[in-house]
Design a protein around this ligand. Structure first.
Ligand SMILES: Nc1ncnc2c1ncn2[C@@H]1O[C@H](COP(=O)(O)OP(=O)(O)OP(=O)(O)O)[C@@H](O)[C@H]1O
Length: 287
């Protein structure tokens, strides 16, 4: 059973003067348990619209989605999801601790477990010292950390995160990557939107590229990076000990190795030279 299954999801907005915007044009996507899937797309591609439809904040024009086989609108399905909105805004007259307690109670967590998890999450997200301060005095990055803490609090199986690294400094970003990798290790499913290709390359199993409301590619990160092999950087050592780095295209590699052996030059290292995720993303969107 899929952790998350999206079937034919479409959303058309009616703007001023009856102008219509087709934000999503029939999206189909499945995410496995234990998988980290990056939902990658440029500004205005339809990432937030997809996530808002999944979370019931927007009513899709067509299509449906299920969480562990249950319709996403059901209470059961919602209980197994942790959701981080883009630009989270909380009850800012509460402090971080009060807010987490409020969220935990809404999920029906037992008081002892809730107190323990609240402390753990505040410490994990480095908010413990600031827990008694009103959220409205927090910086943007701190608010984002409260958002992440409330996502993790009830230890759901599925995480739907709208740009989880947004507004965070490099330390915060590294922490979020670590948290996502830890979730994966624990068999959780993480679906997160981003327009940062490096995040996808570092932490995702698969990537789904969306542009203008349509999925362009869904593939494993490993496949994409392997397909992008342009050739090899070969380190060759000559008889007199001189070292040289030579770029060799894939089709010439075998003959290069043969020739080097014939000329008594030894090969020290062969490293693939690859296009990175950013090059792939720019190419696919431009196409
Ligand atoms: N409430 C709305 N009314 C009209 N058009 C909308 C509305 N919300 C989104 N759109 C349009 O739908 C399209 C998709 O927007 P969406 O916010 O889903 O993109 P996104 O991929 O999340 O972008 P970003 O990376 O900038 O957050 C855009 O053309 C946007 O202008």
């Amino acid at each position: 059973m899929y952790a998350l299954e999206i079937c034919g999801l479409a959303k058309t907005f009616k703007g001023k003067k009856m102008r219509t915007v087709e934000a999503l044009k029939g999206l189909n996507l499945c995410v496995e348990p234990g998988e980290v899937l990056g939902f990658l797309g440029p500004n205005g591609a339809g990432k937030s619209t997809t996530i808002k439809c999944l979370m019931g904040l927007l009513r899709p024009t067509r299509g449906s989605a299920t969480i562990q086989g249950r319709d996403i609108s059901s209470a059961e399905a919602r209980r197994s999801v942790g959701y981080l909105p883009e630009n989270p805004a909380f009850y800012d007259y509460l402090n971080a601790e009060e807010y987490l307690l409020f969220v935990g109670r809404a999920f029906g967590m037992a008081p002892e477990l809730l107190a323990q998890r609240t402390e753990e999450m505040l410490k994990l997200l480095e908010l413990w010292e600031h827990r008694k301060r009103l959220i409205r005095t927090y910086s943007k990055g701190m608010v984002q950390r409260v958002g992440l803490a409330q996502v993790l609090l009830h230890d759901p199986d599925i995480y739907i995160l709208d740009e989880p690294m947004s507004g965070l400094d490099p330390i915060g970003r590294a922490l979020v990557k670590e948290i996502i990798l830890d979730l994966k290790k624990r068999g959780k499913c993480v679906f997160f939107s981003t327009h940062i290709t490096d995040d996808v390359e570092k932490i995702c199993d698969r990537v789904a590229v969306i542009n203008k409301g349509q999925l362009l590619v869904v593939d494993s990160v490993q496949n994409i990076l392997q397909q992008g092999t342009e050739g090899y950087t070969v380190t060759v050592v000559a008889g007199d000990g001189r070292r040289e780095e030579v770029f060799v295209t894939t089709d010439r590699l075998q003959s290069f190795i043969r020739d080097a052996a014939g000329e008594s030059r030894s090969i020290e290292k062969i490293e693939p030279r690859r296009k990175d995720m950013e090059a792939f993303f720019l190419e696919i969107v431009a196409r």
